[in-house]
Design a protein around this ligand. Structure first.
Ligand code: ADP
Ligand code: MG
Length: 339
């Protein structure tokens, strides 16, 4: 036998990468919303059909792309956000892998319209399964509109694996809310099958949370604020009397990125110790700011898990900050659920 190793063609490599980045419509939504934020948008709208299975469209008023960049944005490892390996240790953008659009275009039909402020005409591109079908100058607004149709059209097994529209919509809403809470200063809207589900004006974090979770939320939020050399913590915890049975109001953001951290979750629970009945779930919306050098975001393609330099110190600071807030606001323990 002679040599048998070959480099995979791009469209195959893209499809493989897509398997990691895109699990469901909600994964596409996350990537597109993050791109809009990285583009400096102040208003972002999300439109879905059939839970995103038929259409996911994100429009932003961000900086848009040149014709060349619009085409390049669909190449794998093509990014405007980092240039050198060192940049990985000082990330200020949501994206940096340059994989999302290439992955999405490998497994869907994508239509992109983008225009930069100074240009008269924008660029319209259609791509289907990594193949560019057309690219031409076109009339469009400043910013970017990207429509993703028929997700997994060329991977029937993946498409069949998707859950009911109700379940997939829930996943999209979760993703939408995470991004919207992390970026209260940006206006967001969400329409599904022609119905408006959310219309969130630009505001502050507290009002954004109240808009999403209802006006009753306002009275239950206790502010948390702590600044140390290692970390800056801002945000809110819910008064124990408002504890829930589900974990639907538990949010950690690190440098404005939603993350999951069982370890930090434990720290919050420890701060609530003795204040909550068994199995009650505290609400929390906590915004942690850390020097990007002290965290590693690049441990998973979806970036919802990150590594901290000094986890133990962080745990202690978080726990004590929350304890302090609960004490300061005279929060009494409750023995059972009131609602
Ligand atoms: P990443 O976000 O990791 O750089 P993506 O595949 O998501 O990779 O996007 C590739 C590039 O396309 C981005 O680096 C950016 O330059 C450009 N881009 C994508 N979406 C937008 C957008 N909504 N507005 C402006 N530029 C965009
Ligand atoms: Mg991106």
């Amino acid at each position: 036998m002679g040599d048998i190793i070959q480099l995979l063609p791009d469209h195959v490599a893209n499809q493989i990468a897509a398997g990691e980045v895109v699990q469901r419509p909600a994964s596409v939504v996350k990537e597109l919303l993050e791109n809009a934020i990285d583009a400096g948008a102040t208003q972002i709208s999300l439109v879905l059909k059939d839970a995103g299975k038929t259409l996911i469209q994100v429009s932003d008023n961000g900086k848009g792309m040149s014709a060349t960049d619009a085409r390049l944005s669909f190449e794998r490892h093509a990014t405007s956000k980092i240039k050198r390996a060192e940049d990985l240790f000082q990330l200020t953008t949501k994206g940096f892998r340059g994989e999302a659009l290439a992955s999405i275009a490998a497994i869907a039909q994508v239509e992109l319209k983008s225009k930069q402020e100074q240009d008269e005409l924008g660029t319209c591109i259609k791509i289907k399964g990594s193949e560019v079908e057309s690219q031409e100058p076109c009339v469009t607004q400043k910013g970017t509109i990207i429509g993703v149709k028929n997700l997994f059209f060329n991977i029937p097994a993946r498409r069949n694996f998707l859950k009911s529209n109700q379940v997939e919509t829930r996943h999209v809403i979760d993703e939408f809310q995470r991004v919207a809470i992390a970026h209260a200063q940006i206006g967001f809207s969400l329409h599904h099958n022609g119905n408006e589900l959310f219309n969130l004006p630009a505001t502050n974090a507290r009002q954004r949370i109240v808009h999403i979770f209802g006006s009753k939320t306002n009275e239950k939020l206790v502010p948390v604020s702590e600044e140390t050399e290692l970390i800056n913590i801002e945000g809110f915890v819910g008064k124990p009397a408002y504890a829930k049975r589900t974990r639907s109001e538990q949010f950690f953001f690190v440098n404005n990125r939603f993350i999951k951290s069982p370890y930090l979750h434990h720290a919050v629970n420890a701060a609530f110790e003795g204040l909550l009945p068994d199995k009650a779930q505290p609400s929390y919306f906590l915004f942690l700011s850390i020097d990007p050098k002290r965290i590693d975001i690049n441990i998973h393609p979806t970036k919802t898990e990150i590594k901290f330099d000094d986890e133990h110190a962080l745990y202690a600071i978080l726990r004590s900050a929350i304890k302090h807030s609960l004490g300061q606001f005279n929060v009494a323990p409750i023995l059972d659920f009131e609602r």
